[in-house]
Design a protein around this ligand. Structure first.
Ligand SMILES: C[S@@+](CC[C@H](N)C(=O)[O-])C[C@H]1O[C@@H](n2cnc3c(N)ncnc32)[C@H](O)[C@@H]1O
Length: 525
């Protein structure tokens, strides 16, 4: 009897991957001279889409676009199909099929994306994916393929091989996952102290032990097929299918600043002629172990250097905010963000753009309107062309440093709650299904911390005003038997009423509330 397909046997966690969102891919493609389709009017195929959660977020955000997902796991597709149906998404098609046999139809795609797929499938399936990009991408089409990269993955591969040996032929997750964990402990017990081998493996073991999700351990680390490759090998395979390197989706990882300062001049020189070779040396220096490569048709001739002239057409997202005590006496300002990192500028137009955009985080704002508003607010005396060039050069540097996001047609969501706010239908669907981790409209993963927020999302169906929201919430909390902290001996009803506006602002800030008709994406007037 045939063994069940591993992804039917053990469910892979339902995930989203913001770095493969077409709004980000399009921005990077445009920086490199390719006018990739705007997500709002595109055709996108995801290969190995699992239950299609990422596609569901896209189909909801871009109703005029068409999305197709294919996956060999009939169970994953059936789960996704149930979600798709209950959300009424007619612009999404989920197909349970083997990529080797599936025929995508006559219409070209603007995007083909495959995350967590390439390294875990047999060589013919890898070739098929690249051939499919060759055959079915439009002339300005963009592909995104992630894979385990060498040389960094050599270290992890040592562990994978040891775990495979210890598990033997056992592919039963109920026993192979505990055996893998046991093996990690055994290694720590058996490796003599103060050896180079122990020092090398101990870090890898700690990483794997921290991987709490047994499904991920089963699929990612105990998979019988897991073939990392170098960027050079990957690009040879892609090149043989008429595909060329555009950039990495985690764009800041291309920065020369990831290497030791003494190697930067050498990398710079190599990059003049050949971006892929520069990236390959960067991998040798940094030991990179995962890549998320953006490709296009070779005939599209991507520009190896990013062109700041593309930036005024893009949307900006940043959480940068002026550090305390700014500006300094010289007019310079230091901007920081909560998650670390920062930069300085004494350009008052750029300062005003960052202050406005940072205050609206996580909203995406068009660079062109931010620039116009900033020039007005500081009464800039420079020409429009000069300010545009300075701002674009600055933003490109900030993007290369990973301090800002750039998008085309970024997903929209409400900044403030309207009179009758509507929460994301997907998030509401997830709360109804009892989940406390939901997907925002950015999209991003949001952990809901308390029963009031869960209840609030259920209340926000777009028909209720504040009073109706409060009475729904009250009833919901009573029905589910949940108590909420009231403080100061206030009754629950009083506490809810006092806190409702703040609670609504919080769910808006988490990008969980849909934009109301008439909301605009420009800076505040
Ligand atoms: C590691 S999971 C990644 C899922 C999802 N892309 C993610 O990153 O969260 C790999 C997916 O590829 C699918 N897959 C493997 N071989 C396939 C094939 N020959 N045709 C279509 N899908 C396949 C599996 O069913 C599984 O859902």
């Amino acid at each position: 009897m045939n063994e069940p397909f591993a992804y039917d046997q053990v469910e892979y966690p339902s995930l989203i991957h913001p770095q493969m969102h077409p709004s980000r891919l399009a921005a990077i493609a445009r920086l490199h001279g390719i006018r990739a389709a705007a997500p709002g009017s595109c055709r996108l195929l995801e290969v190995g889409c699992g239950d299609g959660l990422q596609l569901i977020t896209l189909a909801m955000a871009y109703p005029e676009s068409r999305f197709v997902g294919v996956d060999l796991s009939a169970k994953a597709i059936a789960r996704g199909e149930r979600m798709r149906e209950s959300l009424g998404l007619a612009n999404l098609q989920l197909v349970a099929a083997d990529l080797m046999e599936w025929q995508p139809g006559p219409h070209p795609f603007d995007y083909v994306v495959a995350h967590g797929f390439y390294s875990w499938v047999p060589e013919p399936v890898r070739q098929r994916l690249l051939r499919l990009c060759d055959m079915h991408l439009g002339p300005r089409g963009i592909a995104y393929v992630s894979y385990n990269a060498l040389p960094g993955s050599h270290l992890r591969r040592m562990l994978w091989e040891i775990l495979q040996f210890h598990a033997g032929t056992d592919r039963d997750p109920a026993t192979s996952v505990p055996r893998a964990r046991e093996c990690l402990d055994l290694l720590l017990l058996g490796m003599p102290d103060n050896t180079r081998y122990r020092t090398t493996l101990a870090g890898e073991i700690a990483d794997l032990k921290a991987r709490l999700n047994p499904q991920v351990l089963f699929h990612d680390d105990l998979a019988p097929i897991n073939d990392p490759c170098t960027l050079d090998q990957f690009m040879r395979a892609a090149g043989s299918h008429g595909l060329a390197f555009v950039a990495e989706a985690s764009y800041h990882e291309m920065s020369l600043y990831n290497a030791h300062p003494d190697a930067r001049a050498m990398l710079e020189e190599v990059a003049q002629d050949d971006l892929v070779t520069k990236e390959q040396y960067l991998d040798f220096f940094t030991g990179r172990r995962f890549r998320q490569t953006i490709l296009c048709r070779s005939a599209a001739n991507p520009c190896p250097r990013a062109d700041p002239a593309a930036i005024p057409e893009l949307d900006l997202v940043t959480e940068l905010a002026p550090a305390a005590g700014q500006p300094g006496t010289d007019g310079g300002m230091h901007f920081t963000r909560r998650s670390s990192g920062g930069l300085d500028t004494n350009d008052t137009v750029v300062q005003a753009m960052l202050i406005e955009c940072g205050s609206r985080h996580p909203q995406a704002l068009p660079v062109a309107s931010l620039l116009e508003a900033a020039r007005d607010s500081v009464a800039s005396e420079r020409t429009v062309a000069e300010d545009t060039q300075r701002a674009a050069t600055f933003l490109l540097r900030a993007f290369q440093a990973g301090l800002v996001e750039l998008h085309v047609d970024a997903p929209r969501f409400a900044r403030h709650a309207s009179e009758r706010p509507a929460a994301s239908r997907l998030a509401r669907h997830q709360v109804e299904a009892g989940e406390t981790q939901v997907i925002s409209l950015r999209p991003s993963i949001v952990q809901l911390e308390d029963p009031v927020t869960c209840g609030l999302l259920l209340a926000l169906d777009g028909t209720r005003d504040r009073d109706a929201i409060l009475s729904f919430l009250h009833g919901h909390l009573a029905r589910t038997g949940t108590s909420a902290p009231t403080g100061d001996g206030a009754s629950l009803a009083e506490a809810l009423e006092a806190g409702i506006d703040d609670a609504l602002e919080r769910v808006c800030a988490l990008a969980l509330v849909c934009e109301a008709p008439g909301d605009t994406a420009g800076p505040a007037g």
